[in-house]
Ligand binder design. Sequence first.
Ligand code: NAI
Length: 328
Amino acid sequence: MTTPVNVTVTGAAGQIGYALLFRIASGAMLGPDTPVRLRLLEIPQAVKAAEGTAMELDDCAFPLLDGVDIHDDPARGFEGTNVALLVGARPRGPGMERADLLEANGGIFGPQGRAINDHAADDVRVLVVGNPANTNALIAASHAPDVGKDRFTAMTRLDHNRALSQAAARAGVPVSQVKRLTIWGNHSASQYPDLFHAEVGGRPGAALAVDRAWLTEDFVPTVAKRGAAIIDARGASSAASAANAAIDHVRDWVLGTPEGDWTSAGLWSTGAYGVPEGLVSSFPVTSSGGAWDVVDGLEVDDFSRARIDASVAELVEEREAVRALGLI
Ligand code: NAI
């Protein structure tokens, strides 16, 4: 049997964890030939709930699941990890200011970054899901000086998938006929879903974007505010769709993106498209050979430029805030 891949999931007892673990164990993330060993990392109060989830994983008798370990110590939780999904985060409580939120999460993602640095496998790949995802990824990466910055990513795939679905519905075509869409910037309401380089039902996405009222008053805000709409309708935040997006992100990272298409991911910027170096920002990306590449050479018009700049400005502010708090 092939050596199992070690996959660590933090926040494993939470709602995304519950939607994620069974799909990882079924082979949806790393393919039908790759056994996995799961490491669930939780806070001590949630270990018992994680044990319950582990019992259910046993009860599925997944042929690819080599075992499940549960930890509340990041050093043990990231031991030998090849894929780390950082889902557990501190949610914004009532009356909590943004600085408090960043500080609370810095207290989680700094030590986890350090533990990944010291204990994970050499080929570790990290996906940060817990919000604020881009800045949490920045914090984790900053605490892992021995790990390549290209190994730390933030999830904007849910935004990407939401945009695919909205564009398909507008054009009246199956979602499989929407390609080369891009989410730029931050995983927040400032993100910019870009249709201008997309292909929708065999036609240029720009043909849909011609209707500027629909683009600016419907498409962009519907995608950007979809998380709030789900909370409003469901009484809880997106979980299954978030887990699905995490599966899509890691699968494409490891196994590659399809020919002729691209996806979106938050990557450590090396300056592409004018995004300042060292911010974790969403870009159009392809993957092959287990590494992401930013799609280059796209023309960005003034309409898109203004929106990308606004979201990137928010990332700059978040970076300044965590710097001021001594978190990076
Ligand atoms: P949840 O509250 O159901 O679960 C969070 C879990 O994390 C809890 O079990 C908690 O005990 C655990 N946790 C807290 N601190 C931890 C630590 N230091 N180490 C390990 N585990 C820890 O939350 P849910 O719904 O599962 O969401 C998780 C995160 O994902 C939230 O920050 C949410 O905002 C974010 N999210 C991100 C999305 C994206 O597109 N990037 C989409 C949807 C949610």
